[in-house]
Design a binder for this molecule. Structure first.
Ligand SMILES: NC(=O)c1ccc[n+]([C@@H]2O[C@H](COP(=O)([O-])OP(=O)(O)OC[C@H]3O[C@@H](n4cnc5c(N)ncnc54)[C@H](OP(=O)(O)O)[C@@H]3O)[C@@H](O)[C@H]2O)c1
Length: 192
């Protein structure tokens, strides 16, 4: 579904941005050293990732998430355009990867994506998700919790200047113990 978002020019449909992420029950997306060993191998029981990816026409990921993706074989994003946020040149990606560096405030990134015709972006990486949420530029969150506590690590969420109200859409419990909750961000919460 394409949704017109506040801030787009007349006649222009702004980018819808979604998060699809796996966390420990205590809310970490990776260990402090970036290790993902607490997540089930290969993503575990199917929980909608492929179906979600089919709706996405580009990814916006932080440089650290990009470097994790580079360690996967094969390249995990196929031929989808991947916009990597970084303030410095990127290390080389595999030949099949479609990668471009971008830098700037989330609103500037979204403007560039809109101009490029992106309609649904998958935003990934802890600090990247936090910035886009803070800027009011995430519309949907799909969070899959893994039944483990790891105590410390890279958090999915962080400090906020003000509350972000969410509407719960659904929670799906999987037999392996994965619990996936989907939320939409309540509109009109753009931070200055
Ligand atoms: N569990 C999961 O589903 C999941 C999903 C994604 C990632 N992860 C893990 O999470 C970890 C990475 O998360 P993270 O929070 O540490 O980092 P991240 O968000 O992936 O990357 C942060 C980096 O992105 C760049 N960046 C972010 N916003 C920018 C902007 N507006 N303009 C320019 N550059 C920008 C900066 O790179 P520079 O320093 O180069 O400027 C920054 O240091 C990795 O271990 C990854 O494997 C887990």
């Amino acid at each position: 579904m394409v949704e017109a978002c506040e801030g787009s020019a007349p006649g222009e449909v702004a980018v819808k941005a979604s998060v699809f992420v796996g966390t420990s029950l205590d809310g970490f997306i990776a260990r402090a050293n970036g290790d993902l060993d607490f997540l089930p191998p290969g993503g575990g029981e199917p929980h909608g990732y492929d179906e979600f990816m089919a709706t996405v026409d580009a990814l916006v990921i932080g440089r650290k998430t990009f470097e994790t993706a580079l360690s996967f074989d094969p390249w995990p994003y196929g031929a989808k355009p991947v916009f990597v946020l970084s303030t410095r040149p990127l290390v080389a990606a595999p030949r099949e990867a479609v990668v471009e560096r971008m830098s700037g405030a989330p609103a500037e990134i979204v403007s560039q994506l809109t101009a490029r015709g992106v309609r649904h972006a998958y935003v990934d990486g802890g600090s990247t998700i936090q910035q886009f949420l803070q800027a009011g530029l995430i519309q949907r969150l799909i969070i899959t919790r893994v039944p483990v506590l790891i105590g410390d690590g890279i958090p999915l969420f962080g400090a906020l200047r003000r509350d972000i109200a969410l509407r719960h859409v659904a929670t799906r419990a999987h037999s392996s113990g994965l619990v996936q909750s989907e939320y939409v961000v309540v509109a009109n919460q753009v931070d200055g």
